[in-house]
Design a protein around this ligand. Sequence first.
Ligand code: WT7
Length: 647
Amino acid sequence: MTTDTQTRPSLLPDAHVDAARYDQMYAASIADPDAFWGEQGKRIDWIKPYTKVKNTSFGPGDVHIKWYEDGTLNVAANCIDRHLATRGDQTAIIFEPDEPTDPAQHITYNQLAENVGRFANVLKELGVRKGDRVVIYLPMIPEAAYAMLACARIGAVHSIVFAGFSPDALAARMNGCEAKLVITSDGAPRGGRVTELKDNVNKAMLHVTHDAKCLVVKRTGQQVAWVQDRDVWYDDIAARVSSDCPPEEMNAEDPLFILYTSGSTGQPKGVVHTTGGYLVYASLTHQMTFDYKDGDIFWCTADVGWVTGHSYIVYGPLANGAITLMFEGVPTYPDAGRFWAVCEKHKVNQFYTAPTAIRALMGKGPDYVNKYDLSSLKLLGSVGEPINPEAWNWYNTHVGKGRCPIVDTWWQTETGGHMMTPLPGAHELKPGAAQKPFFGVKPLVLEPTSGEVIEGNGVEGVLVLADSWPGQMRTVWGDHDRFVKTYFSDYKGYYFSGDGCRRDADGDYWITGRVDDVINVSGHRMGTAEVESALVAHEAVSEAAVVGYPHPIKGQGIYCYVTLMADETPTDELKKKLSDWVREEIGPIAKPDVIQWAPGLPKTRSGKIMRRILRKIAENDFGSLGDTSTLADPSVVDELIANRAKQ
Ligand code: WT7
């Protein structure tokens, strides 16, 4: 047994923001957003400077969000060109491959400029133009960052699809934004195994309803099936194009990327982020939250397939001229010490990961951490879900050695960057709390049913935001009504986060989790509706209802109640088949943890499934099922409870 030191890390000395400065800057950002963001906008380079800063409305009625609307700029020029004079030979990206014995790469800003310029010219050769959509389906290799920045350079809109998603999911996203091109690799090494990415694209293409080309980056060198005239090797074109590609002049409100994310209903929606405000916000939050200083080595362990990778591996760090580490592998390969081996090897200063990874590694014991020299670390970060006290303490004791502040950053795909987090030079930490709003963020706690604002401290309710910030999503791709309906109609005049929260006696915020039908599996969002529609697409299934339940490592697990067709026999083998089916339909992250046979589902007389009851049963909490009198057939509940024990 090791004894936990339980030392609370002290505030970082000489941080960009101390307590007094936070108070002053926060107050200024709320009192006069135009003045505050007008000033902050200058942290990036504009081709044509903006004269207007904020033009936003959360309704009711008209919902529009525009920042710096008459300014023009290029994101790639901001992430690359403007650093060349001062830090051309400094490392921009450290690439750590899946196999620890393969060499790491250090890519300087000069090399980044060359690689991105060439990649941009390859895209142009393939006919990609300003405003076109490009889907990126790549492993965590430097080419993923080059591809993103190349799109930004020529004004194409990228939409990254996480390489763990299935061919069907890829096809749906390509169709959703009518992508002209998909960029992939032959294979994706991860944790010592290879995912057949090109093969997945081949399968997806069968369901793509418009013409699209496929650009293939060589990663593994394996054999791949090829379709003439559709598929092209990156290297073949790259060999004959120049690396010089002038950046396209973009309006601040031109889309930079689309990222599909799960909601409480229907299929994933394409969250749209634009150019100017997003970059200002990603860069400011990266610098302040992580107290990034020139020369620091910053590692965010996310995948670029999630928003965390967009904002804190690529855009925020590179806009700041930072050194950002890209890791291709997984935390447990070749063993549970990999993260710490990489921290030691590259002398990482800021380390940013998810609670689910901490819990998984915690389960392997502290020896894997303790054998590495982690003295380079100065700050730790957490993102994706609330961090439980055990995980926080372990992270603090074994990784941070009691000296590294932990920033618990609450935000969403929709928010573009951090919304609430303690700042490491300003706020004494409370394990498990996101604590303080970032500059310009105006959180309110509402009474869930009446929508009344709850004033004062020591209160709990749903979390809304009263005003816009530059990193906010602008719309749902191709469906502005869905944007308005999802975020601005439950509580009029506010942005509804979908999360519940508590404001404690000191006024610090604690996120209590989703209040809608979104579940958070290992820090990834999954709509229960998506899993349900995958299940009912199977011929054996007549009906399905999916809820989240507490899971020791994943945070929440996926619990499925399944009603079979009358002629089907409920067997364990069928359970496995259904589980594999969902995995195939959506991807490994959607694989059900529990399937319970449900001869009937609890429904109201109007046919609405009462998920509240299903959640309680999944949680093994039968004492507080609440009112079941409105159910069409209350006996269904007893049967489900009786079957629960057998799971
Ligand atoms: C949902 C957003 C934003 C990056 C990763 C997830 C939950 C996120 C925290 C945190 C408590 C958190 C919320 C949020 N969440 N960070 N620090 N504490 N909950 O992005 O997939 O868009 O999910 O993740 O429930 O709404 P996402």
